[in-house]
Design a protein. Sequence first.
Length: 208
Amino acid sequence: GVLARERTGLPIIPYFSASKVRWILNEVPGARERAKKGELCFGTVDSWLLWNLADGHPHSTDYTNAARTLLFNIRTKEWDDELLALFAVPRAILPEVKESLSLFGTLADDIAGAPIPIRAVAGDQQASLYAAGAEIGATKITFGTGIFIMQIVGEHFQTHPLFFTTLAVGKRGRPVFALEAKIESCAARVTPLIGREREMGALMNEFA
């Protein structure tokens, strides 16, 4: 756990990709053999979208998405050989990793009718943080399925007993470190409360 935290900023939990990839390779019949033959690829949602939408099917991702896999060393900005060995994930199935503001390819002609360049990729939380700012101290809170708080802390890696450490998009698209806290399943908890409030409001109106 300490090795992963010091290199990825994340705890070893099923929320992130590594244990799921390991399970697929070990439990799905033929998966590991096909991976060794170069017949399987692993990636995050953005790399799947690039594969399907971009000309030539590039297998790429950006730093912010790679940082959520538990396999990417956010200090060296590379896939980590020790973590790959720990989770028994072959390097050959992993996507190429680039800065968030990079050329990731061009949209296939049959999608937009023209080779439009794809010049940015970022994870959802990092993209919303970038909208708030790219300077040290920039902070955002998003409310959706979960609640996610993220703050840019700069170019120096640091850990926190309560927060994850991850990569964000800094000035000119360069990767910087950020701290993140999350509350999972927020919507599932709030929705019943909203429903009760509406029922109570309707009941009050009926007797008004």
